[in-house]
Design a protein around this ligand. Sequence first.
Ligand code: AMP
Length: 291
Amino acid sequence: MERHDWILTLQDSIAKARRRGHIVGFVPTMGYLHRGHMSLVARARDECGFVVASIFVNPLQFGPQEDLRSYPRDLERDASMLAEAGVDAIFSPGVEDMYPQGFATHVNVKGLSDTLCGQSRPGHFRGVATVVTKLFNLVRPDRAYFGQKDAQQLLIIRRLAADLNSGVQVMACPTVREEDGLAMSSRNSYLNPAERQAAPLLYRTLCAAEAAIAAGETRPTELEAMMGQMLGSHPLVRPDYVRVADADTLQQSASVHGRLLLAAAAYVGRARLIDNLALHVTPSGPTRILL
Ligand code: AMP
């Protein structure tokens, strides 16, 4: 197919679905799909008459020292999983399709991009915001589905969708976990057996903070100290950050009350893993929420 024919073909099939009155749902991914991704697809399939999924390992969101080259890929397996799940259209653009020579425009969501993972991965969210804006413009979905596992990304995309009048409804989907609590991630494939055993400490740390809140802890700094100590207690886990944040602004929370995001990131071997719990905290205790 000629370079841009696939875009026309894709847009034509979406336009036809829309003319038939279908809601268009979109699930953007970087591939190497797991049950977390597939839960987004299932939700989109439930709610939308026409479902589009993309697979694109976006170079713009990787730092120079990060794992762009080694990021796991298996396009054939991904495509058959998506077809099996009843996705109507799949596309996997090349880097030269997304960023042809002369490409010069970036999208930057201030504030939300500057904390948490934005501090350890400078430029990461600019890359994410730019590619998602392009994907939204290509697909023009009614709804797009994102995992709460990447809570900061979810909030940034919701912000850009509103700020740029994209008309896309950004839907949050719960984090899918392994039996021992580890959040599913394509990067879990980097872990050797010992590291894989250590990795659930991330989730256990968040659960311990949630339990401390339920037991009456009201000081964010105490919670963060406890989380830092717990996450740093395993020789194979190197904490990047722990944070008790306001779930809407992602700034460090001044109190343990209202909508909170307990967030943590750590290196386990060469994998940088992230996880979070979104809570609504009232005097009767914390309740888990979707953002
Ligand atoms: P990625 O391929 O890592 O860019 O992820 C694509 C989408 O899947 C993003 O919206 C992620 O938040 C979502 N996702 C990744 N892992 C999980 C998970 N364990 N549970 C739910 N959603 C996830």
